[in-house]
Structures are given as structure tokens and as C-alpha cells.
Design a binder for this molecule. Sequence first.
Ligand code: ADP
Ligand code: MG
Length: 258
Amino acid sequence: MERRVIIAITNQKGGVGKTTTSINVASAIALMGKKVLLIDMDPQAHSTISTVPNPEKYAKSLYDVLMHKGEKIEDTIVRSNIPGLDMAITRISMAKLEPSLAGEFDAHFRLKDALEQIRGKYQYVFIDTPPTLGLITLNALVAANYILIPIQSSYLCLEGTDDLLETIEKVKRIANPHLKVLGVLITLYDSRTNLARDVVKRIRGVFGNKVLKTFISKSVKLEEAPAYKESIFTYAPGSIGAEQYRKVAEEIMSRAKN
Ligand code: ADP
Ligand code: MG
């Protein structure tokens, strides 16, 4: 099997489209016939709830695996409602992880170690992260080989970017020298406003050619799909959101090869 691509979808701002992007990009790549896993690291469990029917019926979730070394990550992986997409599920108990792990010498390496257990099983692994730069997000950045940064097209979109870039540099220096910024995805874009065009210019000013060519527009269909535990590709296959996320998935696959 070719090298496993592990992509953390991270921005410590909430509401920028991390979860929407995780689900739809992972779904697009699964539809292309690749073996894809989405890991939900956010204690709010939005990815889990938006893709898995009755997630509470499963005995184990990521908290157990990251907290206790004897547990198997495979026991948290379930088939989602989305064709071809496996999910490593989480639940609110994950909120206990950071206080419980603090001070453990390998606290930042728990997810990386867990992923060793399933080496060879997936070609693409996506990690949806919480809106913080705490221990959970650090676990994702240590385990990943790439980071994809969704940025909401809005006036204050670049607030906090310095902290994120500093965190990435720190992770590279101390724990994961191979981590690369795969791309920056502009989300919730509204092409009708002058502000949106100005915002794109500012984002390009900071990230240059890291900014993906495809933007994700504001779309009601993208907002609705999770309520039905569907990706945009089954919920509204002919929609602009489906077309844009398909193109984003292609850009990601092509960048991850280089
Ligand atoms: P995050 O995971 O970064 O907090 P979400 O993906 O959960 O962000 O998105 C935040 C909210 O915005 C959700 O209600 C989601 O359905 C909605 N949303 C995300 N992307 C779009 C979009 N392109 N168009 C319309 N609504 C969107
Ligand atoms: Mg989210």
C-alpha cells in the first residue's frame, strides 16, 4: 500500500467549517474507492453525531483508547451512514481527556500510538479537531503528516492565525518534523460581497499558494445534510457544495502526493 496520508483539519476558531469539511472531503475520497477513516477528536462529537446512527450504542469511544493503553482503536471504529466512510467515534466523555492526561510523559503521543495499531488499513485518515490548541489538537498534529486549515471568509478570519502557526512550528520542532501545511481552505464564502473578495486577498497575503483554488460557498444544503447523517454527495449530489467539495478533495489528493 502507498504511504498513509493523515490530515488534521484544524483551526482553533469554532464555526469555520472544520466538521463540514472533514465529513465531506472524507466522503468524497471514500466515493473514489479509497479506504478512508475519519477520527472525531472533538468532545462535542459533531462528526460522530452527523454520520453515525445511534452512536451511544457502542461500548467504546476514543476517550477510552487515548486514556488507557490496553484499549484498541479498532473497537471505536464503526461503519458510518456515509458510503465507504469509517468513523472512529467520540462522545462528550472526551472532555475529561485533557485534565486526565495532563502530566503524563507521553500525553501528546496517544493518538499517534493508537494509529500504529491500524497501519495498512486506511489510505486516508482525517482528524476533525476541537476549537482549541490544547492537548487534543496537539495529539492530532503529532499524529498527522498534514494539516488542512479551513478559514471562514469573514472580517476577523485571520485573528488567531499567529497562534496556530506558532503551534505548528512548535509541534514540528519538538514532536513531528514531517508535519506540513497541506492547504488553507476558504469556507462560507459569499462571492456577492466586496468584503469576501477583500478577505480572500488578505488570506492569500498570509498563506500565498497554500490557499486552495476551490472555495466553499455558503450553502443551505451543506448546513442541512448533517441532520440526515448524510454527506453532500447523497443529500444534494447536484449542488454547488457537492461540486466544490469534490474539487477540494481532488486538490487535497494531488497535494498530498507531492
Ligand atoms: P467547526 O467544526 O469549525 O466548528 P462546522 O463545520 O461545524 O464548523 O460549521 C459551523 C456551522 O456552519 C454548522 O452549523 C455548519 O452546518 C455550518 N456550515 C459549515 N459550512 C457551511 C457552508 N459552506 N454553508 C453554510 N453553512 C455551513
Ligand atoms: Mg466541529
